[in-house]
Design a binder for this molecule. Sequence first.
Ligand code: GDP
Length: 613
Amino acid sequence: MQAPSVGGVMLPRGNGETIRLSRGASLTDFAEKINANPASLVAVMMNLGEMVTATQSVSDETLQLLADEMNYTVQVVSPEEEDRELLESFDLEFGEDEGDEGDLVVRPPVVTVMGHVDHGKTRLLDAIRKTNVIAGEAGGITQHIGAYQVTTEVNEEDRKITFIDTPGHEAFTAMRARGAKSTDIAILVVAANDGVMPQTVEALNHAKAADVPIVVAVNKIDVEGADPTKVRGQLTEYGLVAEEYGGDTMFVDISAKQGLHIDSLLEAVILTADASLDLRANPTQDAQGISIESRLDRGRGAVATVLVQRGTLRVGDTMVVGDAYGRVRAMLDDNGNNVAEAGPSTPVQVLGLTNVPGAGDNFIVVDEDRTARQIAEKRAARERNAAFAKRTRRVSLEDLDKVLKAGEVQQLNLIIKGDASGSVEALESSLLQLDVGEEVDIRVLHRGVGAVTESDIDLAMGSDAIVIGFNVRAAGRAAQMAEREGVDVRYYSVIYQAIEEIEAALKGMLKPEYEEVELGTAEIREVFRSSKLGNIAGVLIRSGEVRRNTKARLIRDGKVIAENLNIEGLRRFKDDVTEIREGFEGGINLGNFNDIKVDDVIATYEMREKPRV
Ligand code: GDP
C-alpha cells in the first residue's frame, strides 16, 4: 500500500505505533504527535470525505478513521484517566490515603437518604437535624449547606454521622455517574402505609450498584393502616432481609413527623457502619474530598460545600475543585459558625473559590496557588474541547420533530444553566433518563451554575444546542446574541415543566402557544423609600422601553428573584408617564413588591401568540 500523499507531499505514515490523544482532540493535536503539517491531515480527511478544520475538536471515530488511514493505532484517553495523569504530572494523587495503617483514624459514616417520593425523606432529614440541635449553642440557627453532621450516643460513646441533605437518588446518581463516591451508607425510607414503590426499588438498586450498605427506615408508623411487617416482607424479595428474620439488614420503624425512634435509626447507622465497613482516614495529610453543592452568592462570590474525605482542610489552604480553584478565605459549618479546620467526613462551606464547581467534582489541596490554577485551567480547557467535540447542527425545540423525521439529527444537544449545582444535576439526570425511543439521544454538552452567558450561546451556536435556564436568565448581551443567532433559549423554574416540554418536543407534540417577548430592561440605580408607595426604583432604561402595566421580573446577579411583577407606576421627574425609552432615567413602582436593590435589573415582557410552524 502506498503512503497517502497530498499535492505530491508524502505524509509521515506510521508503522502501527500507538499514539495517545485526549477525547475531543483536533487534527492539529494529531499532527503534533506524528510531526506532520496539520493542513495535510485536513486534506487527508477531505479525501476520506470529511470536512474538518485543523483546530476543530473531532469525534473518537474521526480520530480512529484518520489513524487507520495513516497507519497508526490511536488510543483515546478518557477524561478520568487524563485527570489522573494531570494530577500525576504535579506529583498529586486523588483518592488514596497517605501513610500506613497507623496513620488512619476512624471517621464518621456519610449517609444519603433515599426512597420513593412523599415517603418522608425531607421530613426525616429535618427530624434528624432537630433531635441534634445542641441546646444553648452559639449561633443555633441551622443553615442549609447541602450536608450536616449530628452526634449520637452508641454504647456510651459519642459518635458522629454526616448526612447529605439533598434527598433522593438523583443527587446520589449524578455524583456517582461522575465517579465520585460520596456515600458510605444509604437510608432507604419506605412509608409503612404505602409499602415498596417503584422509586424504592430504583433507590435500592442504585445503592446496591454502588456497593453501599442499606439501613431501612420504615416511616409513617403513626399513620392508620401502617404495616411495617408488610414492608419487611416486600423488601425480602429484593434481597433486603431484616435482622429479626435472620438477614443482615437493619430495619427501624420510625415516624419522622412525630420524631419517633430517630435515635434508634442513628444507632442502626453506626452499627451497620461498624459491622460492614472500615471507615478510616488519615487526618494529617493535605485535605481531599468532593464538592456537594455550590452556588454563586452576590456578596461572597462562589460558595461551595465540600465534604472532606481525608486529611484536614484549613483556612488559608489552596485548593482546586474541578475547574475552580482558590485559597480558602473562610469556612462555615452547618450551623453557620466560622471554623478554622475540618477533618475527615466533615462538610463545610468554603469561601474563596474563583468560580462555582459542579456537584461531585473532587477537590484536592495543593502547596502552591500556581499549581491549583494550572490544574483548574487544564480541566476547563478539556471540558471545552470535549463539549465542542460533540457538535452537530442547530435546532430549536419547535422544529425538532421535523429535522428528526428528515434524519438530520439523531441527538438533542442541551446546555443547562441553573441557580444551584444540585438543581442542575437533578435536571440533567432526569432529562438523560427520558425514554424517547431509539432515533434520538439527549446529550448535555455543558452544565453550570449561574446566568446564561455569551459563551453558553457560543457553544450552543457551534453545536446546535438548546439552552435551558433553570431559575436563571441570560446575562448581559447573551439574550440579544441568542435572538440574533437563532439559538433557542428556554427558561424554566419547575423541573417537571422542563422535562415535559423536552419530552413533548421529542415526540413532536410541542404546541407553542404564547411566547414571551422582552420589551425592555431597566437597571436600578437608586432605591427611594416612600411611606405611601413603598420602595421606588430609580432606574436607567438599558434596552428597549419600559411601559406601564406590563409584566416584569426582577433579576439580581443573573438570577430571577421574583416573577410576575407588574409595572404599576412609571414616572419621569414628577410626571406619570406610560413609557420610558432606552437611555432615559425614571422611577418604577412595582406595587406591593419591595425587595429591590441597587444594581438589580427589572426586565419587562409581554406574552404574544406564537405562529405555529
Ligand atoms: P419526600 O418526598 O420523601 O421528601 O417526602 P416528605 O418528607 O416531603 O414527606 C411527604 C409528606 O409526608 C409530607 O406531608 C410529610 O409531612 C409527611 N410525612 C413524612 N413523614 C411522616 C410521618 O412519619 N408521619 C406522617 N403522618 N406523615 C409524614
